[in-house]
Design a protein around this ligand. Structure first.
Ligand SMILES: [Ca+2]
Length: 440
């Protein structure tokens, strides 16, 4: 493994014909970007997505003052793959991270340092960058966020920690400042918000990227005053599934989103800041995928169609609802466009720039989108989705417009489309896995 990689600004400068001088801009020329990721939050777990039981006024306000996406997708159906795609703008299969980078079996590996993350892209445009919260694409300091373009990191590198003790599932200490263990007292969700608020205050005079990766509402199901679930040296020994805690976890995260928004407003930055919120996969435990089929870990819509909202007052029209199909990997090219940096062609990006859709309501050009979850594969184009396995047998075709719950297989009615989708899926599967070293 290489300790250092070629600074991306050299690649971009060479590709785009830019000089370093032209990349140093005043703060008011480049919008701030805040990406807030929930963990295992279901499509039916948010007020503005129809939930009547959980109070999420701040997420709902982001949607009301901005845009709500009804057809936004995580690239993975579990944590690490979604994050690999979000960070790189590429299908996670290309990075070798196709499953959970688990605390038990994958402590040695992580996202290849050769991959270019959105933080590295934004660094080239003069952004100050931070991740607070969950990383989950590499345990060792060599794979730490500070090696992937983040100026600052406070949080945990595993998939989940005890919300109070910050021990991972194997009972190991997992709370970091930069690439060193640095235990901190507090409830995970509040700590993530606290660091985010402080970062906004400290960086109000320069363009910043803030990636807030919440733990909520991933298990262990713990509210602010609930007892420990993970034991030092032992790990996950008791973990009751409590709907009351689940509700509290979502509501505390929502409260934190309100504090983040207030910090942006107090700094006078609301007109120059995009806040984009979504979930990394479908729900687990007591969570709801609403009318969707399947949950976290599933190839069905419930595994990867996630609540997503974005707010940028004055730039994104308030109260919009977008039914466009989009995905987490679209955010890297979108952020690059916001920052005004050209991307090198050799990145093999799979995401597309959503900025014209966000700002001008331009349609997103028709494209196939693909998923691979365990041994299952899916392709989506327009309203149609085909699901099959890695042997490409028993394909099932659905019309999501008529049948969002994926109940009616119409492959026999539309054999030509089913065959075309199967062919595209085979080609995609071969291409993204070609020569890739599996990492998880
Ligand atoms: Ca997750």
């Amino acid at each position: 493994m290489k300790a250092e990689k070629t600074p991306i600004y050299l690649i971009i400068a060479a590709t785009a014909g830019l000089t370093l001088g032209s990349m140093t801009a005043k703060a008011d020329e480049k919008p701030n970007i805040i990406i807030i990721l929930a963990d295992d939050l279901g499509y039916g777990d948010v007020g503005c997505f129809g939930n009547k039981h959980f109070n999420t006024p701040n997420i709902d306000a982001l949607a009301g003052d901005g845009i709500r996406f009804t057809d936004f997708h995580s690239n993975g159906a579990v944590c690490s793959p979604t994050r690999a795609a979000l960070l790189t703008g590429r299908y996670q299969q290309r990075t070798g991270i196709t499953g959970v980078v688990s605390a038990k079996r994958h402590r040695h590996t992580g996202l290849d340092l050769e991959e270019t993350t959105f933080a590295e892209v934004l660094k080239t445009a003069g952004y100050t960058t931070a991740l607070y919260g969950k990383w989950h694409v590499g345990y060792q300091p060599d794979y730490n966020p500070v090696r992937q373009g983040f100026d600052e990191f406070v949080g945990y590198v595993s998939g989940n920690v005890d919300y109070h003790a910050h021990l991972d599932q194997t009972g190991k200490e997992d709370w970091w400042k930069q690439d060193r263990l640095n235990p901190q007292k507090g409830y995970t969700t509040d700590l993530i918000t606290d660091h985010g608020v402080e970062f906004i205050r400290r960086n109000k005079d320069r363009p910043f990227l803030l990636y807030l990766a919440h733990e909520a509402p991933h298990y262990p199901y713990q509210g602010r005053n609930d007892p420990p679930r993970y034991i030092r040296g032992k790990g996950r020994t008791k973990d009751p599934v409590t709907p009351e805690a689940y509700k509290e976890m979502i509501e505390v995260m929502d409260e934190g989103i309100g504090r983040i928004r207030k910090a942006v407003d107090d700094a006078g930055l609301s007109a120059n800041t995009l806040i984009f919120f979504f979930s990394d996969n479908g729900p687990a435990g007591p969570g709801s995928a609403a009318q969707l089929r399947g949950k976290k870990g599933s190839i069905w819509e419930g595994g990867h169609r996630v609540p997503a909202v974005a707010c940028w007052p004055g730039t994104i029209k308030a109260g919009r609802i977008s039914h466009a199909t989009a995905m987490g990997a679209d955010l890297l090219p979108t952020m690059a466009a916001m920052a005004g940096v050209a991307l090198p062609e050799n990145l093999e990006l799979d995401g597309v720039n959503l900025l014209p859709h966000l700002t001008r309501e331009a349609p997103i050009a028709s494209r196939p989108i693909f998923w691979g979850v365990k041994k299952m594969l899916a392709i989506r184009r327009g309203n149609n989705k085909l699901v099959t396995n890695e042997s490409f047998t028993n394909p099932a075709l659905y019309d999501l417009k008529a049948d969002l719950g994926e109940k009616q297989n119409i492959a026999e009615q539309k054999p030509k489309l089913a065959q075309e989708f199967l062919k595209l899926l085979k080609e995609w599967h071969a291409e993204v896995n070609k020569g890739v070293k599996k990492r998880s």
